[in-house]
Write a protein that binds this ligand. Structure first.
Ligand code: 13P
Ligand code: SF4
Length: 304
């Protein structure tokens, strides 16, 4: 870590009355200087309640966009304008409109990993932390469409017994983790608990002791008497897990579980972002108003 860089960021942050929010997949030094680190749900809650004038969002585009929708009077900055989410890009608003037309009356649930335009055409949003609760809250007489993550959607379907119409999107980073990776590691580490993110392939989740959001994993590890864990999600989370649990051992499920978009943000880019007030994330007010309805429903549902 570069101390002068960290000092410059801290000084500018005070001058701008800014808050730095970082996702659990960010590089370690970015997580270390953040005011708040968390999963998508936790970051949305922080973005909604912050008193700061500026939110520096260290994550990917849809997260900063969600913050901008929740806090329209704040300036939301994404330090790298190319930090996107390929899964969110797997469905567009016109595609969703066409899909919805095939299932009139169905309730549309969208994973927060989606664009504001897509959220504007959904009834309720969810994250990996509350997808099951959201599905449970839907009238059993209604059909449910879930977009864009087919793996999170099938996980929620299995957990709730609901029949869910899925869009065939997925996270390329989590798809890199295979069942073979887990079975091989379980042989080498027979006592380790396997924690998998529900964005993983179904056969990976089936091999896990627990399927959890990123912050769910952090909480679970802190409370667990176990000392060894196989972690099936993006590698950035290992930083916080090790920092908070120096006596415990973490094995990443796959060396290929790296999200290149999450890794685009660096301390330098955070400094430039605060210096030049870039890159401002804005959402068309009409789209934002529609998307807000589905996000507000999500924020009001607490993870179990
Ligand atoms: P959570 O941190 O909400 O579990 O989400 C994971 C993810 O892939 C975000 O892009
Ligand atoms: Fe998107 Fe996957 Fe990266 Fe999360 S880990 S931001 S879902 S590509």
């Amino acid at each position: 870590m570069n101390p002068s860089l960290v000092e410059k960021i801290a000084k500018l942050k005070r001058q701008r009355n800014a808050v730095i929010l970082a996702h659990n997949y960010q590089i370690g030094e970015v997580q270390d200087i953040a005011d708040f680190t968390g999963d998508s749900l936790g970051l949305s809650i922080q973005a909604a309640k912050t008193k700061a004038d500026v939110i520096v969002f260290c994550g990917v585009h849809f997260m900063a966009e969600t913050a901008a929708i929740l806090s329209p009077s704040k300036t939301v900055l994404l330090p790298d304008s190319h930090a996107g989410c390929p899964m969110a890009d797997m469905i567009t608003a016109p595609q969703l409109i066409e899909f919805k037309a095939k299932y009139p009356g169905a309730v549309v649930v969208c994973y927060v990993n989606s664009s504001a335009e897509v959220k504007a055409h959904c009834d309720v949003c969810c994250t990996s932390a509350n997808a099951v609760e959201i599905i449970k809250s839907i009238d059993p007489a209604k059909q449910i469409i879930f977009v864009p993550d087919k793996y999170l959607g099938s996980y929620a379907a299995a957990k709730t017994g609901r029949d869910i119409i899925l869009w065939p999107g997925y996270c390329p980073t989590h798809a890199n983790i295979t069942a073979e990776d887990i079975t091989k590691l379980k042989i080498i580490h027979p006592d380790a608990l396997v924690l998998a993110h529900p964005e993983c392939r179904q056969e990976v989740v089936a091999l896990a002791d627990k399927a959890l959001s990123t912050s769910g994993m952090i909480k679970f590890v802190a409370a667990s008497p176990a000392t060894e864990f196989i972690i099936a999600t993006e590698q950035g989370i290992i930083h916080t897990l090790k920092k908070q649990n120096p006596q415990k051992h973490f094995i990443i499920a796959s060396q290929r579980a790296v999200c290149p978009n999450m890794k685009r943000i660096t301390l330098e880019k955070i400094l430039w972002s605060l210096e030049d007030m870039k890159y401002k994330i804005t959402v068309d007010p009409e789209i934002a108003a529609k998307a807000l309805k589905s996000i507000e429903k999500m924020v009001s549902v607490l993870p179990s």
